[in-house]
Design a protein. Structure first.
Length: 356
C-alpha cells in the first residue's frame, strides 16, 4: 500500500483576458450521437437516490450516490454487483462522494467533496486501498498514468487544481485563477469550483462559471488560453459579476450562466459539457451541450445538444472519446418511482485537419 505525506508546493499562476488568442467557431452536429443505453437494476435496500458521479471500466459501471454516501457497482448489463463504502469519515467512508475515475483498469478513484479527500478501491473486489487528502474540495478528477489531477474548490481561491503522483505521494497546487475570479467576490463564492483534466504535457483547467479555458505546463504555468464561444447554450456573460449583484432570489444565479460539469483531453483537443439549469417550482430541469476546442488551431466546435430526460439533474463524465451520462428518470407525473439510466454518446471530431 502506498502511504505518504503530500508535499504541497505552490505553483499558481494567474492569467487574464488579454492572454487569449482569437478563436474560430466551426459547424458541429446538432445532437450528440448515442452509442448505448443501460437501465441500472438496483434493489430496495441498495438504490441510487442522488447520482453524483459515473465511471466505466471494462466490466463494470460505477455510480456514486450522494444520497447514501456510497458507490454502487453494476456489471455492463446493469445488474447490481455490490455497494462500496458508507457514510462516515474513516478510511473507505464518504461524506459527499462525487466524481469518479478509473486508474489503470485496476483501481476506482472516488472524490469526496465533503472531506476534501480522494480514495482508491480495488476495481474488482471493492477493497479499500488508500486515501489522499487535498487542500481543497475535489470537484472533477482526471487520471493519466499514475498521476491524479483534481479540479478543486479552494476557499481562499489560491489554486484551481491539485496534482498528486500516486507512486511517490508527491503533491502540487496549481493555477491559474482567472482575473475575474481573483477580483470578483460574488463570482468566486457563487461558482467556486474548477474543472481540470490532464494532458501529455500539463493540464487544462477552467472555473465552472467562466468563459475561459487555460492550458498549462506540468507546474501550472499558463501556456495558452481561449474563450469558449456559445451558439445555443446560455454561455457566460462577460459582465457576470455585475449581474450577480442584482440577484434577489436564491437559485436565480443559475439562470445567468452555463455550468461546466465535465472536461477531458483528447489528444490536441479538449471536450467539455455545459448544462443550462432552469428552476421549475421545486424541481430543476436542464439542457446539456457538448463542445470541443482544438488547441493546435484554436478551432471551436460548440453546443451539440445532449438529450436529457424531463425533470432530471444529469451527471456527466468522459472515458476516452465516449461521453457518459447518468440520470434518474421519473415514471409518470403523480408517482415517486424512478429508474436510473446510463447513456453513452460518441464525441465527434472537430473541424478540418490542422495546417502544419
Amino acid at each position: 500500500m502506498l502511504v505518504g505525506v503530500i508535499a504541497l508546493t505552490s505553483a499558481c499562476r494567474t492569467a487574464d483576458e488579454s492572454s487569449r488568442r482569437a478563436a474560430e467557431v466551426s459547424d458541429f452536429p446538432q445532437v450528440a450521437v448515442g452509442l448505448d443505453s443501460v437501465i441500472l437494476r438496483d434493489s430496495a435496500d441498495m438504490f441510487i437516490a442522488e447520482p453524483a458521479g459515473i465511471a466505466l471500466s471494462r466490466h463494470s459501471i460505477f455510480v456514486s450516490d450522494a444520497g447514501s454516501a456510497s458507490i454502487l457497482q453494476f456489471d455492463r448489463r446493469g445488474v447490481l454487483v455490490r455497494r462500496i463504502g458508507r457514510r462516515g469519515r474513516g478510511p473507505g467512508e464518504f461524506s459527499a462522494p462525487g466524481a469518479l475515475a478509473i486508474l489503470g483498469d485496476t483501481a476506482l478513484v472516488v472524490s469526496d467533496v465533503g472531506t476534501g479527500r480522494v480514495s482508491l478501491f480495488h476495481i474488482e473486489t471493492g477493497q479499500f486501498l488508500l486515501m489522499k487528502r487535498f487542500p481543497g474540495s475535489p470537484f472533477t478528477i482526471s487520471v493519466l498514468g499514475d498521476t491524479l489531477l483534481a479540479g478543486t474548490f479552494d476557499a481562499m481561491q489560491t489554486s484551481s487544481m491539485y496534482r498528486v503522483v500516486i507512486s511517490d505521494s508527491s503533491g502540487l497546487a496549481m493555477g491559474p485563477i482567472s482575473a475575474d475570479y481573483a477580483t470578483g467576490r460574488r463570482l468566486k463564492y457563487t461558482y467556486p469550483f474548477s474543472a481540470a483534466t490532464l494532458t501529455a504535457g500539463g493540464a487544462v483547467v477552467a472555473m465552472v462559471g467562466s468563459r475561459q479555458l487555460y492550458r498549462t505546463d506540468a507546474k501550472g504555468a499558463v501556456r495558452d488560453s481561449i474563450v469558449l464561444e456559445s451558439r445555443v447554450r446560455r454561455g457566460v456573460p462577460p459582465e457576470l459579476e455585475r449581474l450577480l449583484a442584482d440577484v434577489k432570489q436564491p437559485g436565480d444565479e443559475m439562470l445567468l450562466v452555463s455550468i461546466l460539469t465535465a472536461l477531458t483531453s483528447l489528444g490536441t483537443s479538449t471536450a467539455m459539457v455545459h448544462i443550462d439549469f432552469t428552476p421549475q417550482g421545486a424541481s430543476v430541469s436542464g439542457k446539456a451541450f457538448l463542445s470541443l476546442v482544438r488547441w493546435d488551431t484554436h478551432l471551436q466546435c460548440v453546443d451539440a445538444s445532449v438529450p436529457l430526460a424531463p425533470d432530471t439533474r444529469p451527471v456527466f463524465a468522459f472515458r476516452g472519446d465516449t461521453l457518459l451520462s447518468v440520470q434518474n428518470v421519473l415514471h409518470g407525473q403523480d408517482t415517486l418511482t424512478s429508474s436510473t439510466h446510463v447513456r453513452l454518446y460518441r464525441v465527434p471530431s472537430c473541424g478540418r485537419p490542422s495546417v502544419q
